[in-house]
Design a protein around this ligand. Structure first.
Ligand code: KDG
Ligand code: MG
Length: 411
């Protein structure tokens, strides 16, 4: 295909490492020496993405012009015949971010300038307060409020259940590496026990922390639509910013049922890979926030397309920000957040630990719960391959959930 200014891709490296947890990183190198970085991590399935990238994607990129971001996106999406899917789209996403990084460096501009410039000074975030009891959770929320966070997601263990989403029985957090466990850890689930206890968490939160703080909650897809409707109604007096993943929505119609019954705002999307997964949710205005991440939904190009579509229907973006997305993904979506006119809020669970900081560097800062992006060209990230070698991949799985009678449930 024709090109304007050629920036020929000469090498595509795929690096798996585990500086605290597993990440899959793509490094695309051009003949000029400019390189770009992308995150392709799919938590618990890292080898699949790494192999797909090495065996099927990298050979197709060598010799192409790194400036042709849209053409390469279409080539990897339409061109494979097998459209969509989490593994394929994480690879498209990683390549896409790396190409935006290259374009920014070549232009000597941060990526948000290429998207259209800033729409805001900084990016509002929400933090996580999680605990084994309501008191633990609310004490943690108080600490976060003291650090300046103005929005906090509250999760607490369900009385009578040994561990649940966000709170493992042995207190090892769900986002920590689970490599000491040969197979996925299992959590029990009871909708009845959850429904009987959850309202108290938010009632207590409002009583202790007042009305100013924004509160959020993640159901992690464990309810049916009518149960979610009931929960939304139950939580209405506590005025949530949003209720996340109330129901798994391969069937997007499910959200119509929830919407008909409650004014609690709804969010979904962290496992979606394309605009098609949320098309009906958005165009019917059944949700308020779309939570697709840059890695999982086809990179900056995929996320920008979703944001523009969502803006037509008053839906705002709130990208997934769990620690199993690498700092490269976090930076990539921060550039989208600072640009998107319909940005809502960014999930934020810290910038990783000291070990991950040996491997990844970035140009983001957090003060008073707001993320500030510097003006480094490209995505402002870097990756230390030598440091990464010291932290080899370790197999690790996300947990699974079972009802108390043993039936497998959504985790
Ligand atoms: O890999 C799965 C986690 O990223 C997910 O469980 C975290 O639900 C999550 C969230 O909202 O951050
Ligand atoms: Mg979630």
């Amino acid at each position: 295909m024709r090109t304007g200014r050629n920036l020929v891709i000469t090498d595509v490296r795929v690096i798996l490492c585990s500086p605290g947890r597993n990440f899959v990183t793509v490094k695309i190198v051009t003949e000029s020496g400019i390189y770009g970085l992308g995150d392709a991590t799919v938590n618990g399935r890292e080898m699949a993405v790494a192999t797909y990238l090495r065996e099927h994607v990298a050979p197709c990129l060598i010799g192409r012009n790194a400036h042709d971001i849209e053409d390469i996106w279409q080539y990897l999406y339409k061109g494979v015949y097998w459209r969509r899917g989490p593994i394929n789209m994480a690879c498209v996403g990683a390549v896409d971010m790396a190409l935006w990084d290259i374009k920014g460096k070549a232009a000597d501009l941060p990526v948000y300038e290429l998207l259209g410039g800033r729409s805001r000074r900084a990016i509002g975030t929400y933090a996580h307060a999680t605990g084994n009891t309501i008191d633990d959770t609310l004490t943690r929320a108080e600490e976060l409020m003291g650090q300046g966070f103005q929005a906090i997601r509250l999760q607490t263990a369900v009385p009578g259940l040994d561990g649940s989403y966000g709170v493992l029985g042995d207190k090892k957090d769900y986002f920590e590496l689970q490599s000491d466990r040969p197979l996925p850890p299992e959590h029990p689930w009871s909708t009845r026990k959850y429904m009987n206890s959850i309202e108290e968490l938010f009632r207590e939160a409002r009583a202790r922390h007042g009305q100013d703080i924004q509160l959020l909650h993640d159901v992690h897809s464990r309810l049916t639509p009518i149960e979610a409707a009931k929960l939304g109604k139950m939580l209405e007096p506590h005025d949530l910013l949003f209720l996340e993943d109330a129901v798994a929505a391969e069937n997007q119609e499910s959200y119509r049922i929830i919407r008909e019954h409650t004014t609690t705002p709804l969010a979904i999307g962290e496992i979606y890979n394309t605009i098609w997964d949320c098309k009906e949710l958005i165009q019917n205005q059944w949700i308020d926030y779309i939570r697709t991440a840059a890695t999982h939904a086809g990179g900056i190009t995929g996320l920008r397309r979703i944001a523009d579509f969502a803006a037509l229907f008053h839906v705002r973006i709130a990208p997934h920000g769990a620690p199993d997305l690498s700092p490269i993904c976090f930076a990539a979506q921060s550039h989208v957040d600072i640009w998107a006119p319909n940005f809502g809020i960014q999930e934020f669970v810290g910038f990783g630990n000291a070990t991950s900081a040996e491997v990844f560097s970035h140009d983001l800062k957090i003060t008073d719960g707001m993320i500030h992006i510097g003006d480094s060209p490209g995505l402002g990230v870097d990756f230390n391959e030598t440091a990464a070698e010291k932290h080899p991949y370790k197999r690790s799985y996300l947990p699974v959930s079972r009802l108390e009678d043993g039936t497998l449930w959504s985790w």
